[in-house]
Write a protein of this length. Structure first.
Length: 433
């Protein structure tokens, strides 16, 4: 063989080898998939990598275009409220971890090359530069002046496609009673908390120094607490899954028994439009009756209904006290086509289920067509709690909390108990997209 032919075949072989190394299947071989998916159950043809085992009390999560991961923490780690993680060798597991930032909280998202995050009273951002894992300098304050409250204080947020940011401001009470969580205490009417809380506010996503009072637009009201809040780019609309109220039987034993209180009211999947009103605290939604019900604090008895058409209804409901804490519309191409534009919802589990066993502690998937669900939800990831029957959230081994899609289309899930992070991939061979 001539030297020219030898060189030709050598270069051809190197080219073929390079292409093979970039194929999805070849990339998957490098992933260090966890035994038993790190303790959770998944549908057939899906597997999980445990990215990190214990970063702290993890809340929401964001993944950058280069694969870097950012997680908000509820409790500070050595004075830091955020953690950054990087996989440097392509096995899916984080081998570089750095804590930074002085504020703890729930919300964290990446938008316009910035890392946005929230405390309980403000939203901030850092610029993300080049390949720096940890942002430098002091964060900019985008919005401040939210009410300082101990209950439902998480400031979850999301962005639309037109330069706006939407911030959840939860209700600082269970049901706006004259005497909070006191049996038989009536609700205040009108409820003053609706002026600055119990809704979603819209702001400019990039303007610094904004305050809720001076710059915020109350986009929707009557929402008790929307920790799970997300814009769908496909539907071009805002959605949340709100936490329903608590203690129906404790506060109103003449109308509700303990079992009813454990199952009611529903956790509501909401399509939010500008001006929407979802009825808190005057009403709640009963998923068993598929009906909006007048709250007992405002003259209800478990049967009476409010004025027809006054409040918007949910687009889907779930049993009570599953505690939805994040929602994500799937935008990747790694999962099968049937997942496209559908919603994943992480249910964290709630304290208010006694005497029934705890429930939630799972991630479900809701298929979508346009603005609305196209079918019932199905369980996607389960067994986070590590046991089938228990009575307290503290008994759960893990509690699913935050959701994100990576640049390759894999799904990330955080755990708030220890701070475990799963990365889920579809490994179904021929159907790989």
């Amino acid at each position: 063989m001539s030297s020219l032919k030898f060189l030709y075949f050598l270069l051809l072989g190197l080219f073929i080898s390079s292409c093979t190394q970039q194929s999805p299947d070849a990339q998957q071989i490098k992933f260090q998939f966890a035994v038993n998916n790190g303790g959770i159950t998944l549908p057939d043809s899906f597997q999980a990598v445990v990215v990190a085992d214990s970063v702290g009390a993890a809340r929401h999560i964001a993944v950058n275009d280069n694969g870097d991961i950012y997680v908000a923490l509820r409790s500070a780690q050595d004075g830091n409220g955020l953690v950054a993680l990087r996989d440097t060798n392509g096995d899916g597991k984080a081998d570089s971890t750095a804590y930074f930032g002085e504020y703890t909280g729930t919300g964290v998202r990446i938008h316009d090359n910035h890392l946005y995050f929230s405390s309980t009273t403000a939203v901030y951002r850092y610029p993300l530069k080049d390949e720096q894992l940890v942002p430098e300098g002091e964060p900019e304050t985008i919005i401040s002046g939210f009410p300082d409250q101990n209950t439902h204080a998480a400031k979850s947020f999301t962005f639309d496609n037109e330069g706006n940011i939407y911030v959840n401001v939860g209700a600082p009470s269970n049901s706006c009673q004259e005497e909070a969580r006191t049996p038989g205490s009536l609700g205040i009417e009108p409820c003053p908390q609706l002026e600055r809380q119990a809704g979603v506010w819209q702001f400019n996503a990039t303007k610094t120094g904004q305050t809720q009072v001076d710059d915020g637009h109350r986009y929707a009201t009557g929402i008790r607490n929307s920790v799970a809040l997300r814009w769908s780019s496909t539907a071009n609309a805002l959605y949340s899954v709100q936490h329903g109220r608590d203690q129906l039987s404790t506060l109103w034993p003449d109308y509700f028994d303990n079992k009813q209180s454990a199952l009611l009211p529903s956790e509501d999947f909401l399509l939010i439009k500008d001006g929407s009103n979802f009825g808190w605290p005057y009403t709640y939604y009963d998923w068993q009756k598929d009906q909006r019900i007048l709250a007992p604090e405002y003259g209800g008895d478990g049967e009476k209904t409010p004025e027809a058409g006054k409040y918007q209804d949910p687009i889907m409901t779930f049993p009570g006290h599953w505690a939805p804490n994040d929602v994500l519309f799937y935008s990747g191409e790694q999962f099968p086509e049937s997942y496209g534009s559908g919603a994943f919802i992480a249910f964290h589990g709630s304290w208010n289920r006694a005497p029934e066993p705890q429930a939630g502690y799972k991630v479900v998937f809701v298929p979508f067509s346009g603005e609305l669900p196209s079918g019932d939800y199905k369980v996607f990831a389960d067994n986070f709690a590590g046991k089938e029957s228990f009575t307290s959230p503290s008994d759960a081994k893990h509690r699913p909390m935050g959701l994100a899609v990576g640049p390759d289309g894999s799904l990330y899930i955080t755990d708030s108990a220890k701070g475990k992070i799963w990365r889920i991939l579809y490994t179904g061979g021929e159907e790989m997209m």
